[in-house]
Design a binder for this molecule. Structure first.
Ligand code: FEO
Length: 400
């Protein structure tokens, strides 16, 4: 399926990583792609590369179009090794003296990844590079997803090479949004919730700035997943919406359990929340991967966290998840904590401390049950859930 011509003289020459299931802690249950792009004009430019282990396939894909030695310019939009990992091999084939364009931060970071010295050409925001009949323009996009990130625009075609921005961890036979349709929005949302959420305020500002430039963007080519050619405005609108982090009428219960007592509490709390007409599912960290849970947290108003007390502390899976969630800095949430315990019961307080450090106010004091919840305690869990459901309603109507 590679290379794919996406416009006259513009090719996608990257690779599909069908079998990856863990991308630095993110569950890639649909695989992913590392997209790279070849622009053939009077001069030839390669935009981004692929993970190191796929170097040979990238070179083979390029070779199906032209001899790699014909490449005049290499552009690195992002230093992370899933896009820059093949650069040593690429530069060896292209010619190590050829210019390697990157952002100013890229110029600081790229040399720390390679033992060889390359002909780095750091660019300014807005700087242009003529390919002859067409022009590349560089747009600095710090923190989408690293400080070195930038976008490259092929101006005359309105093609935006957006690096990690607007990507999805999805590998499939489809290469374009119109081939997959609405199904691509779920992977796009999961990607935003787990990779870009932390930078949502910056991304919102960036989108505003780019819109003020009134750039004619007719196609968006991210470095992961499908290309937005039918309706690039759709993913831009989705990003603007996601950046605002407006919660839905939804709560999420995240828990783990030792002897099923915390599970019983979680399920009773879910009944109480759902009885208030609020969408809610209890997600066991034994079953749900942290990145799937984070996607559920992303658009929920209430985050309800339950843990047994183990060795005077949190259950390790909860500690893992709370650390992950804290790093992504979700906004506009309220929270609550619960859990079972044997004799000391510190976990609930520890969860409340973590939620507090994330700026998540508590709806009500935490709920603890010693050993196994009985009928009255399960009813107390349902009531606990009903109060959460009411708080979700109140929060949603206050913000709408
Ligand atoms: Fe796809 Fe930040 O790398």
């Amino acid at each position: 399926m590679h290379p794919v011509q996406i416009a006259p003289g513009v090719y996608e020459v990257g690779v599909s990583d069908w079998n990856i299931r863990d991308f630095h802690g993110y569950s890639t249950d649909l695989g992913t792609t590392y997209n790279a792009f070849l622009v053939v004009d009077e001069k030839v430019a390669l935009i981004d590369s692929v993970k190191k282990e796929f170097s040979d396939r990238l070179i083979a894909n390029i070779t199906r179009i032209l001899d790699p030695k014909r490449i005049d310019f290499v552009i690195s939009n992002h230093t992370e090794p899933d896009h820059a990992g093949s650069l040593e091999r690429v530069m060896h084939r292209v010619g190590e003296d050829k210019p390697l364009f990157c952002s100013k931060m890229g110029h600081k970071n790229l040399p720390k990844h390679f033992s060889r010295k390359f002909n780095y050409r750091p660019v300014e925001n807005g700087e242009e590079l003529s390919l002859g009949r067409r022009t590349l323009s560089f747009i600095e996009t710090r923190m989408v997803h690293w400080p070195d990130s930038m976008f490259t625009l092929l101006k005359e075609e309105g093609i935006l090479f957006s690096s990690d921005g607007f990507g999805q961890h999805y590998a499939g036979p489809e290469r374009f949004d119109d081939e997959i349709g609405e199904r691509i929005m779920a992977p796009a949302k999961k990607y935003f919730a787990n990779i870009l959420l932390l930078y949502a305020p910056l991304i919102e500002k960036l989108i505003r700035q780019v819109q003020e430039l009134k750039l004619d963007i007719r196609m968006i080519c991210p470095d992961h997943g499908v290309i937005w050619r039918r309706d690039p405005g759709k993913i831009i609108s989705a990003y603007r919406h996601w950046c605002r982090q407006e919660p839905e009428k939804k709560a999420v219960i995240i828990y783990d359990t030792m002897w099923k007592s915390t599970q019983k509490m979680a399920e009773a709390i879910q009944e109480g929340i759902s009885a208030e007409g609020v969408y809610c599912r209890p997600l066991s960290l034994r079953t749900w991967h942290r990145s799937e849970v984070m996607t559920e947290v992303f658009d929920a108003r209430a985050v309800v966290v339950g843990s047994p007390t183990l060795n005077n502390g949190l259950y390790p899976s909860l500690a893992d998840f709370l650390c992950y969630m804290k790093g992504l800095k979700p906004k506009n949430k309220v929270g609550a904590a619960f859990g079972s315990y044997g004799w000391s019961g510190e976990a609930v307080k520890l969860i409340e401390t973590e939620l507090g450090e994330m700026g998540i106010p508590l709806i009500q004091p935490g709920l603890k049950v010693q050993f196994v919840p009985e009928r009255e305690q399960l009813e107390a869990c349902r009531e606990f859930g009903r109060r959460i459901g009411a708080a979700v309603h109140a929060g949603i109507s206050a913000s709408s």
